[in-house]
Design a protein around this ligand. Structure first.
Ligand SMILES: Cc1cc2nc3c(=O)[nH]c(=O)nc-3n(C[C@H](O)[C@H](O)[C@H](O)COP(=O)(O)OP(=O)(O)OC[C@H]3O[C@@H](n4cnc5c(N)ncnc54)[C@H](O)[C@@H]3O)c2cc1C
Ligand code: FES
Length: 330
């Protein structure tokens, strides 16, 4: 089997029938990823040398220009020769096992016209171990599965919170908003994703969210709140965008963090007296320092692509832009 070498010299063997991402995972090496299916672009990696084979289309997540520069999506390609990639493994997730476990609904509350807060409980004998910011696949009626970010940091009682939006015509939306009730038994697979706080933390931590993308941002803030001395060393800014004023269904005051929290409306609600516009534009107008900032962005692919392009153009190194895109299931 070909050997893949990462930029810190870590190696793993890669079966030509398995994606590089999955081959790494099966040998305890975590690479950066989110969707696992070629839709978010987060697993993009520069090839230094070697040959790869496309297992699934890289689609619009990798532009022709990026492909020409030697970038690949590790969730879409297999190694077919010794391969060197200019990426590093993420050691914070080592030892966290991906598993499928049952979970019961303990609460399901509307928090906005089209948004619910869901709380699940796993059996005490099978707790979900995860890092704040990760997501799980929830497997509901008929085996339908969708990805949802955990909206809390790990907590003592093991409860798992989610913030879920209704999509018109959505299969699981119909379940969540019309049939789901307390005590329903579901299954979870996870945890997945690499949207977590990195050890390297510059002076400014900027969190950008659109819609229910606030869920994993809330989890990251809870992790910071659990270590006030650590949090105090950073300037924290949260910019949250929604199209409708009623969608601002959470605010961080209970965390006790010293942070700047701005809600931005992108829709036309005339009664709104707060800020308007897009989170990426607000980040710049509030005074963005590319040299001393790490950005954590979660929500729509459009916001993530625009924010990334705008902030990298100002000099933010790509290694300090972390994101999780809520891409569609189809
Ligand atoms: C890593 C990850 C984390 C996620 N976390 C959350 C979360 O915390 N909260 C949450 O509400 N959702 C989250 N999502 C989105 C979620 O997985 C589903 O896509 C969403 O709930 C719709 O599922 P559905 O079955 O209701 O709709 P589907 O039956 O899948 O689709 C119905 C219609 O809605 C459109 N649609 C579906 N999903 C999206 C989307 N994400 N963006 C735009 N259009 C869409 C489809 O194209 C289709 O036209 C996440 C997605 C990913 C990949
Ligand atoms: S495109 Fe590979 S993880 Fe999303």
């Amino acid at each position: 089997m070909p050997l893949v070498t990462l930029s810190n010299s870590r190696t793993f063997a890669a079966d030509p029938a398995t994606s590089i991402l999955e081959a790494a995972r099966s040998q305890g090496v975590t690479l950066e990823y989110s969707c696992r299916t070629g839709r978010c672009g987060i697993c993009k990696a520069p090839v230094i040398s070697g040959e790869t084979l496309i297992l699934r289309p890289e689609g619009s997540s990798l532009s022709p220009a990026e492909a020409a520069q030697g970038l690949i999506l590790t969730c879409c390609r297999a190694a077919i020769s010794p391969l060197a990639l200019d990426i590093e493994p993420l050691d914070r997730l080592s030892g966290i096992e991906i598993k499928t476990i049952p979970a019961r609904i303990v609460a399901l509350d509307p928090v906005a016209p089209d948004i619910i807060k869901l709380v699940l409980k796993t059996p005490p004998t099978s707790p979900l171990r995860f890092v704040a910011g990760q997501y799980v696949d929830i497997i509901a009626e008929g085996g339908v599965r969708r990805s949802y970010s955990l909206a809390n940091a790990p907590r003592g009682d093991g409860l798992l919170e989610f913030i879920i939006k209704r999509y018109d015509g959505g299969v699981l939306s119909a379940y969540w908003f019309e049939r789901a009730k307390r005590n329903d038994l579901l299954r979870l697979e996870g945890p997945f994703g690499t949207f977590f706080l990195r050890e390297q933390r510059p002076a400014n931590l900027l969190f950008l969210a659109t819609g229910t993308g606030i869920a994993p941002v809330k989890a990251l803030l809870e992790e910071l709140a659990a270590d006030p001395a650590q949090a105090a060393g950073h300037r924290l800014t949260v910019l949250w965008g929604n199209r409708e004023a009623a969608s601002f269904c959470w605010e961080p005051s209970a965390l006790g963090l010293d942070l700047a929290f701005h809600c931005l409306l992108s829709g036309g609600d005339t009664a709104w007296r707060g800020r308007r516009g897009y989170v990426q534009d607000a980040a710049i107008s509030l005074g963005f320092d590319p040299h001393e900032t790490a950005v954590y962005a979660c929500g729509s692919s459009a916001m993530i692509a625009s924010a990334r392009a705008a902030l990298l153009a100002l000099g933010l190194p790509s290694r300090r832009f972390f994101s999780d895109a809520f891409v569609s299931s189809n």
